[in-house]
Design a protein around this ligand. Structure first.
Ligand SMILES: [Fe+2]
Length: 346
């Protein structure tokens, strides 16, 4: 019995190792991603059409960094595709990425949207904007600072202050204003909340549609997703109940975050993986990828889709995302100190 089991285990291991070797070496680029596969498939298909290189997608909704780290030297991961500076930074800090210094890529992608050491590259961007009630808000311009203005008391809805999207915005505020002013601002924002932060960005638009608040913070692409949602008429209503206003810092620019790609540390198909990064940096791919997701190409001058164009003109902040990422911990502690997630009355 004992011998049999040992043999079985041994044979299984040998088979797994063999399988892995052949699967890894055939040049297929293995993409580990937090993004829904249907969002990245069109751009990967365009890559295959142009280069003949195949891709394989592994979607994970959590624990991607841990998984690649646990797979170690034998990891099949060639690239990691994800959204938000927090996750790209986490991948680098976990030691599961490798640097890429490529003149072509660096020329195409603005420096503020990539890691200075080449560990991650932003290929599309999204802005953190203000949603306002079409019916009740006549203001056509609202700055980030304005969100703490008592004129909005009881009128603002947001998702949790500890969510990556808000932490990145608050981190940018720290970079622009310093910690002290940002904390004052957060207190003002808290005082203006209509209710306890809850739900994602879309439900904030829903709360506006339902008359619970007049103003909310949200990402741009959700507006595109809601307005074109044929499956959920309710979301269409939410999307159409709001206007998009591009709030700005004192430099006149709007906070943006990215979706990006990183080369996995032990990429078995490194050469082809580099080709995928180069392809994603191209004008064509930035546009295909951005269009599918209602995002913006990172390169200035490349137009977004018509749905996104209808929001108005985005003037993206030029603050390097790597600098924003450094303030994350301070921002998170500030959110707790201020009690932002407790809502307005505590
Ligand atoms: Fe999102």
């Amino acid at each position: 019995m004992k011998i049999g089991n040992a043999f079985k285990a041994g044979a299984g291991f040998a088979f797994a190792a063999l399988f892995a070797t052949s699967a890894l070496a055939d040049g297929t680029v293995n993409v580990y991603t937090y993004r829904q596969p249907e969002l990245i498939q069109p751009v990967l298909d365009a890559f295959t059409a142009e280069t003949g290189i195949k891709t394989e997608v592994l979607f994970l909704d959590k624990g991607l960094e841990e998984r690649v780290a646990a797979e170690g030297a034998n990891s099949p991961a060639d690239v990691i595709m994800t959204v938000d500076i927090a996750r790209l930074t986490a991948a680098k800090e976990k030691g599961i990425t490798q640097p890429l210094v490529d003149d072509t890529v660096n020329k195409l992608l603005p420096a503020e949207y990539r890691d200075p050491e080449g560990h991650w590259f932003g290929v599309t961007k999204r802005a953190r904007v203000v949603y306002t009630s079409k019916d009740r808000v006549k203001d056509t311009a609202i700055t980030y600072a304005d969100l703490a203005d008592p004129k909005w008391k009881g009128k603002i809805c947001i998702r949790s202050g500890q969510h990556d999207y808000n932490l990145a915005l608050f981190s940018a505020a720290i970079e622009h204003w310093g910690a002290e002013k940002t904390e004052e601002w957060l207190k003002g924002l808290k005082a203006n909340l209509a209710k306890k932060p809850d739900g994602g960005d879309r439900p904030q638009a829903g709360a506006i549609a339902a008359g619970e608040c007049d103003v909310a913070l949200g990402n741009t692409y959700y507006v595109g997703l809601m307005r074109t949602n044929e499956k959920e008429p309710k979301e269409k209503e939410w999307g159409n109940a709001i206007n998009v206003i591009f709030p700005t810092f004192e430099n006149g620019l709007t906070h943006v975050n990215i979706s990006g790609i990183a080369l996995a540390k032990n990429a078995p198909n490194r050469d082809n993986a580099v080709k995928l990064v180069q392809f994603l940096a191209s004008h064509e791919a930035q546009q295909v990828y951005a269009e599918k997701n209602f995002e913006y190409p990172v390169e200035p001058g490349l137009a977004p889709s018509d749905v996104v164009k209808a929001f108005g003109e985005l003037k993206s902040d030029t603050l390097p995302l790597a600098d924003i990422a450094k303030n994350r911990k301070a921002a998170s502690e500030m959110v707790d100190r201020v009690g932002l997630d407790d809502g307005p009355s505590s």
